[in-house]
Ligand binder design. Structure first.
Ligand SMILES: [Ca+2]
Ligand SMILES: [Ca+2]
Length: 346
């Protein structure tokens, strides 16, 4: 009954709303964790692997499973980790989904159409600004081009112009560009060039920071286009601290399902390990990228062989900084988050 209530309840996914208003779903999640029967655990697992379920609910489900701590519950957390890792698309998702919600309403991906045009065959083209891979907060964004042959979805967009430090693109310039593409006077070959055949275009690689001439920039045998951590060789760090950081990362970021890059500001060992379960790229950088998701501190302290505390400071800097303090336990040979305390600084 509770399982049906949990998966059947529609509602807002706005964490702000839920802080002010009690949410029945949180009570159900807690209760399912306490019950701990295979059916209850199955219900929490079903919630975790729903792609569109609210991140806050998923975090509560992870906590409920960890607090129960029986073998089945811990296994369910492991299945979620596996699901999150397999849920990452390769090459990384650069898509917007249905075009009506992607470009025209500027949500959820914040893109700005600069110009649109329809060719004689009825295919709609659009140029838009998108700041996903800008190395600094830049609301003007890079230029991307896409087309919509079916009128419903945009194709995978192609980076065509790196705005960098230049002035924001002008509407008439975008329209001229689109007209040239539409009339076949401007080929897109230069923008689709992928010199090392790794699935990322040269232009995008220069934006992401990988080597456009080397298919496997970090030398870990996974090509850049399929590597969620293309600048971090696998297996550099191992042991409890690595597993604890991964458990925290899963708890905070795999549950969120965002496709934006996460930047690890390289001030310590935490930036030298791979992190699995995030849908977008995880990239070490030498300095803070304002306006982007940055992890600047990520500390682990062991309290015993099976319990630890972790603290992580992350945020967009231009907007808010989150300080998480988490307690973890090693249950059935698996580190899990059993408590999480959050402080947000605006
Ligand atoms: Ca490439
Ligand atoms: Ca690689």
């Amino acid at each position: 009954m509770l399982v049906r209530m949990l998966t059947g309840v529609e509602g807002s996914c706005d964490a702000g709303v839920q802080i002010r208003r009690p949410d029945l779903r949180l009570d159900i999640i807690k209760e399912l964790g306490e019950i701990g029967t295979p059916e209850a655990i199955g219900g929490l697992h079903d919630l975790l692997v729903q792609p569109d379920a609210c991140a806050l609910l998923k975090m509560h489900a992870l906590l409920a499973l960890a607090r129960n701590g029986n073998a089945e519950a811990v296994r369910a957390i492991g299945w979620f980790e596996l699901w999150a890792e397999n849920n990452r698309e390769t090459p990384p998702p650069f898509t917007f989904g249905p075009k009506v919600s992607a470009i025209y309403y500027e949500r959820p991906t914040n893109v700005w159409p600069v110009g649109t045009a329809t060719d004689p065959g009825g295919t709609e083209w659009a140029i838009f600004r998108w700041d996903r891979f800008c190395g600094r907060y830049d609301p003007s964004g890079d230029w991307w081009i896409t087309k919509s042959p079916d009128g419903i979805h945009w194709d995978q967009p192609l980076l065509v112009k790196d705005v960098g430090e230049m002035a924001p693109p002008q509407v008439d310039e975008a329209e001229r560009f689109l007209t040239e593409v539409r009339l076949g006077k401007r080929a897109l070959d230069a923008f689709t060039l992928d010199s090392d055949w790794d699935g990322l275009t040269d232009l995008l690689e220069s934006r992401v920071g990988t080597d456009p001439k080397v298919a496997d920039s970090d030398g870990d045998t996974v090509p850049d286009g399929r590597d969620g951590n293309p600048l971090t060789p696998a297996g550099q760090v191992s042991g409890d601290e690595e597993e604890i950081r991964q458990a925290v990362f899963t708890f905070l970021f795999a549950a969120a399902g965002s496709e934006d890059p996460i930047y690890l500001v390289d001030r310590g060992e935490f930036a030298r390990q791979e992190y699995l379960g995030h849908r977008g790229l995880v990239l070490p950088v030498p300095e803070l990228q304002p306006g982007r998701v940055n992890v600047v501190e990520f500390n682990v302290s062991m309290e015993s062989a099976t319990s630890a505390k972790a603290s992580i400071m992350h945020g967009q800097w231009a907007e808010a900084i989150s300080n998480h303090t988490l307690s973890l336990q090693k249950l059935h040979d698996h580190w899990v988050v059993v408590e999480s305390e959050l402080r947000i600084t605006m």
